[in-house]
Design a protein around this ligand. Sequence first.
Ligand SMILES: [Zn+2]
Length: 305
Amino acid sequence: MHFAEFFKFCQKLLFFLPLTAANNPETTTTAHRAGSFTYDNPAEWQLEYPQCGGQKQSPIAINSNKIVNVDIPAIVFGSYDVFLSNYVVLENNGHTIKFNVPPTIEHQIPYITNGPLKDIYEAVEVHFHWGSPLTKGSEHQLNGKRYDVEMHIVHKNSKYNTVEEAREFEDGLSVIGAFFKVEKTIANIFFPGPSTVFNTVPFVLRYNSTASTRQLITLGSLLANINRENFYTYQGSLTTPPCSEAVTWIVYPDVIPISVYNLKNFWFVRDEEGRKLLNNYRPLQPIGDRKVYYRSDMVVVDYYY
Ligand SMILES: [Zn+2]
């Protein structure tokens, strides 16, 4: 479909969907389910999920003046640049737009290892956090700056069987965080991985809806122009309940450009109750006595300890 035609189609879709959601008794049910949470009151998550009140929570503000430079190896990306075997299926779970990572055409699960990681961590899921027409929605802040969108690629330590099991352990999970920023001046420069995923968002605006991408992607293509050699890393938590303190975070300082059209699609996503799902990012958490490390292929100033 031609882009202009596609965009018109999306606009029609966006107009239509809120009405159907409002008329659908399923989407207007407001009963509070066990295990549910909203971004209306993240400070109260800890009442139902005690770990959300812990000392190693995420996200945090990363300040490049307060980091510790470390001389550690680069992260190895296994099967990250091999096509995934199926079109990925986006899903609206009421909190985010996500997809589970299928195996590659070579029947491997993409993984990361080395860098700060002592084991092999298999990619499990990709999802996004965003803001609103008035606010930016990245979870982490970098030097006081919040970006438009933050993508999380969730990995599970392969020595554990499930994410539920892995999140009970400090070394259970590793999440890659990557920032997206609207670039108005380069409207025609798009990276194929993120574009393929973002162009599917208009088809999953309703809670519980799913839609398949139209093109095959590699997991690595989602990291677009990012220099994978340079990253911040720290020990933290899941940024949604149960907030398990099981995550080795890898956050890239490089930022991926997206079009304003791609960004706007997120603002029409609806939650379980048919409300607009906006600002699905958790407020910043105290760093406490944790250190944030920076690994660079350029300069090593401090020593590793
Ligand atoms: Zn996330």
